[in-house]
Design a protein around this ligand. Structure first.
Ligand code: ASP
Length: 425
């Protein structure tokens, strides 16, 4: 059964996307309306903290539930489908190269905008302390070592994505090398892959309600006071996120892939909405993978490699926030940055965004790594937390868009992009 022929009682893809967008818009209006009206009765608490919270968390849990099994089986199948290891190396090289390139462009845009628009000037915090205690960000050496799992079952149980990715790739390679002896395991994985993708399909039926509840809750609780003081910072981050999505990705799609970017964004509306409402690239992964394969036409062997990897290490939106925030904090505390310092920001923010897990708010935890490297006061993070939730939601949507763009470009270069599907309305 194809995507355009849904099972009885299930919506087709465009109707579903419409319902998701309606859920998103309705959630924003409802939540913001409640917030502005200032009504805070036991009944509204029951709706917001009871009903919306429960439905939202159930939706989130059911998305997360699929991530580990999906990455394991789809990546093992994808790797096994690549007939030789050199091809895997080539695809891996291109993917990593493009992920690093887009992230470096993202941070550079962020730094240029923050230096020109100076959102932190005038805070004069040089002698003030906010009392914020930063959480410990993991060191680089440890991060590298921990990519390799000692115990795959522990990696699966704890949802350590990079470890699961390494294990799945090794398994895929070994399945291919085993020839006939590995056939049964491959068939089992292929069957599991198909079933899990069907589960994603089923789950998407409740996505509009889950998204409505998550968004309504966030908007009903978001205080507006923080925005007044931080309006400039907020708008600079938002502006750079917008420029990156509307200029960098389309340019890359055209230049490197010869692809029309208009259809690309239309087809990513569902995963972008899920990313926005969950603020988690990890939880959105099943939806991103499904849209990249089914709607953008990226072959499973490429998508199942690039998308899980991207959801774990490629975070352009996060890097943009980290770039702007670092310059903002330096300006707020009146610490000058030397020209070479900007290069350090590009390098450390690239690493920090790679190290950021695809869950809500971790980007600000990893920001501590950049600030420490720059000898800037880590407690400056407290300044931006008031407006971070909305920025987190927006940057997560950017993060997954970057993964899908790179996936399309890599697939095109390997002759693994179904152009008919990509161009289909
Ligand atoms: N929430 C982001 C993501 O999941 C990570 C972050 O920037 O905090 O992609």
């Amino acid at each position: 059964m194809s995507e355009s022929e849904p099972a009885a009682g299930l919506s087709d893809t465009s109707a579903l996307t419409r319902r998701i967008l309606i859920g998103l818009a309705a959630g924003m209006i409802f939540g913001a309306g409640l917030n502005l009206s200032g009504i805070d009765s036991p009944a509204t608490r029951f709706i917001i903290d009871g009903v919306f919270h429960v439905i939202g968390q159930i939706f989130l849990a059911s998305l997360k539930l699929l991530v580990v099994p999906l990455v394991l089986v789809s990546l093992a199948c994808g790797t096994a489908a690549l007939d030789d290891v050199t091809r895997l190396g080539r695809i891996g090289g291109k993917t990593l190269g493009l992920y690093l390139l887009t992230t470096a462009i993202a941070i550079s845009l962020a730094i240029v905008a923050a230096v020109i628009l100076a959102p932190g000037v005038g805070f004069e915090l040089s002698s003030e302390s906010t009392g914020y205690v930063a959480k410990e960000a993991p060191g680089l050496a440890q991060t590298l070592i921990e990519i390799f799992p000692e115990n795959p079952f522990q990696a699966l149980a704890e949802g350590r994505m990079l470890q699961v990715i390494v294990f799945a790739i090794l398994l895929g390679i070994a399945i291919t090398l085993s020839g006939e002896a590995g056939r049964d395991l491959l068939r089992l994985f292929e069957s599991a892959n198909a079933v899990i993708m069907k589960l994603v399909f089923l789950l998407m039926e409740i996505a509009p309600y889950g998204i409505f509840c998550l968004i309504a809750r966030v908007f009903s609780e978001q205080g507006v006071d923080a925005f007044e003081r931080l309006a400039k910072y907020f708008l600079v981050v938002l502006g750079v996120l917008f420029v990156h999505v509307s200029v960098t990705y389309p340019t890359m799609l055209v230049l490197f892939g010869g692809l029309n970017p208009v259809g690309f964004f239309r087809k990513l509306r569902a995963p972008m909405s899920v990313a926005f409402s969950t603020a988690s690239s990890g939880a959105t992964l099943p939806v991103t993978l499904r849209a990249t394969e089914k709607r953008l036409g990226v072959d499973g062997s490429i998508a199942s490699f690039t998308i899980p990897l991207g959801a774990t290490i490629n975070m352009d939106g996060t890097a943009i926030m980290q770039g702007v925030a670092t310059v903002f904090i330096a300006q707020a505390y009146e610490v000058p940055i030397a020209p070479a310092g900007y290069l350090t920001i590009v390098l450390t923010a690239t690493l920090a965004s790679i190290g950021t897990a695809g869950v809500p708010g971790v980007g600000t935890v990893m920001l501590a790594m950049v600030l420490k490297q720059m000898n800037l006061p880590v407690e400056g993070i407290a300044l931006i937390l008031g407006v971070d939730r909305l920025l987190d939601m927006t940057r997560t949507a950017v993060n997954i868009t970057g993964d899908a763009a790179v996936s399309c470009i890599v697939a095109r270069s390997e002759g693994k992009l179904d152009l008919e599907a990509y161009r289909a309305p």
